[in-house]
Design a binder for this molecule. Structure first.
Ligand SMILES: Cc1ncc(COP(=O)(O)O)c(C=O)c1O
Length: 478
């Protein structure tokens, strides 16, 4: 079942695996009944690399990317380009994989941009987003030819000043504050507090109003160093309904018409952001709107967005723009598995708690967004789930990773994996209770290589400083 690597591109031909039970194309219950990632038994990986452990399937990541790429190629008659949202898993190895696949990237902040450039990503395929860009970011973006999506009224002048100083030109986009009137009654996942999709979007700091957008365009048109390249919007993970995204994309075209009428400039490219979901038959995602088999696929998004963009462009007599999209979670999420080891198992009067060494430090969305990740016993993964337990971490809070889940009788030393944890886990991992950040390994076929080394105590303790006067006072007391 080896995947051949095409010599010229580094891109392997991908043949999905058939497991006893498939959780993805490259994740499932392997021949010995354990959970496998590609050609590796997760129990062996846990033994070799320790827990808590993040495991990423390289081939799943590539496969999911290709599904998105191919869906938009199939449905959208114009050019389309996928910019992987680096924030969802910004490790260098993953950026290299995306480079090989031909994907661009959405960078947030100077360090994500630096990491992308360090990994050799073509700067023309990167965008820099952010509501409060620092001078250092603008300098780096201009020096390397990275498109900057403007999100503040003073940003254009600052970029222009950098261009003049460096003697370089740069492309810009403008992040829009869409009106989203057609979504005024729609509600979804409360990512940004309560309210409808429109209310949630309106309440965030992102984007420029119509008037502000027009002002920026008019000003930029007079700046010889500045090239207007795109408009941008990101609906965020507020909805799991594909049509909501299509309506958003349609409104971007409506704005293109307005911008053209006001300024004479028609955006040649629209970047419709990320927020795209994915579903699994066993369920994953926000508990308020769990994603299962019925969740939209890349094909649904591509078909519906194309339909709405085409209709609106036709109505307004606009050419079809180049389409950029910035999926994060939908690409990285399904490729990752997080593994923990069972410690104390406690039976209470009404409940049983199974403690793991994995915590909400590592799966922070479980706590912050009430996110559900499907847990699977690693050894004998299809064992009868005979008990209802709370899977908890060791932190000094309730640290619930999986409340009220069905599991086989678990005991100290057993392993539990959470599926679909490839996005926003490692980049969001915290150190509460001085927990050390886990290692990550990349699996491809039967090989497994460390992509992030496990943190050591010295990494935490070494950053601490005690002002000498405190030292003196402590020792004086003895
Ligand atoms: C501008 C932008 N693009 C893309 C994304 C990726 O979103 P997701 O991972 O939900 O696809 C984000 C996430 O915050 C974002 O802010």
């Amino acid at each position: 079942m080896g995947n051949e690597i095409a010599a010229d591109t580094g891109r392997p031909e991908l043949a999905p695996r058939e497991y006893m039970e498939n959780f993805g194309e490259f994740i499932g219950v392997g021949p010995n009944g354990n959970l496998w990632v590609d050609g590796c038994d997760v129990a062996e990986l846990a033994e070799r690399f320790g827990t808590p452990l993040f495991i990423i399937s390289e081939n799943q990541f590539r496969y999911t990317y290709r599904q998105f790429r191919d869906a938009f190629r199939k449905h959208y008659p114009g050019e389309s380009e996928i910019l992987f949202a680096n924030k969802s898993n910004n490790g260098l190895a993953y950026r290299h994989i995306m480079n090989q696949e031909g994907a661009g990237g959405d960078c947030f902040g100077v360090n994500e941009m630096y990491l992308s450039l360090l990994a050799g990503t073509n700067p023309q395929t990167l965008v820099l987003n952010g509501s409060n860009k620092q001078d250092e970011e603008l300098e780096m973006a201009v020096a390397n030819g990275v498109c900057i999506n403007i999100d503040a009224m003073d940003e254009l002048d600052r970029i222009d000043a950098v261009c003049r100083r460096q003697g370089r030109e740069v492309s810009i986009g403008i992040r829009l504050k869409l009106d989203l009137e057609p979504l005024a009654e729609r509600s979804g996942v409360a990512m940004h507090g309560p309210g409808t999709l429109k209310e949630q979007s309106d309440s965030t700091k992102w984007g420029m109003t119509r008037e502000q957008t027009v002002e920026i365009v008019r000003k930029a048109q007079k700046m010889p160093h500045i090239h207007l390249k795109e408009t941008h919007f990101h609906l965020s993970r507020m909805s799991n309904v594909a049509m909501d995204f299509a309506i958003m994309a349609r409104e971007m075209i409506t704005w293109s018409g307005y911008i053209r009428d006001e300024t004479g400039w028609t955006p040649p490219c629209i970047d419709i952001g990320g927020g795209w979901t994915f579903g699994k038959w066993y369920g994953t995602g926000p508990r308020t709107q769990l994603d299962d088999d019925s969740a939209p696929t890349a094909d649904d998004y591509a078909r519906l967005c194309t339909q709405e963009i085409k209709a609106e462009a036709g109505r307004l007599g606009l050419p079809l723009p180049k389409l950029r999209l910035e999926p994060g979670r939908s690409l990285s999420g399904p490729s990752g598995v997080a593994v923990g080891t069972v410690g104390a198992v406690k039976q209470g009067a009404r409940k049983k708690w199974v403690n793991l060494d994995l915590s909400t430090n590592h799966l922070s969305w479980s706590a912050a967004l009430d996110w559900y990740y499907h847990p699977v016993p690693v050894r004998d993964a299809r064992a009868n789930r005979s008990e209802t337990v709370d899977l908890v971490g060791p932190l000094c809070n309730s640290d619930e990773l999986g409340p009220h889940v069905r599991m086989p009788g678990l005991k100290r030393g057993d392993l539990v994996a959470f599926l679909d944890t490839g996005g926003y886990t490692e980049p969001c991992a915290a150190r509460y209770n001085a927990q050390l950040l886990p290692a990550s390994v990349l699996v491809s076929g039967t090989s497994a290589e460390v992509t992030t080394v496990r943190e050591q105590l010295q990494d935490i303790a070494g950053r601490f400083r005690v002002p000498p006067r405190l030292l003196a006072a402590s020792f004086a007391r003895r």
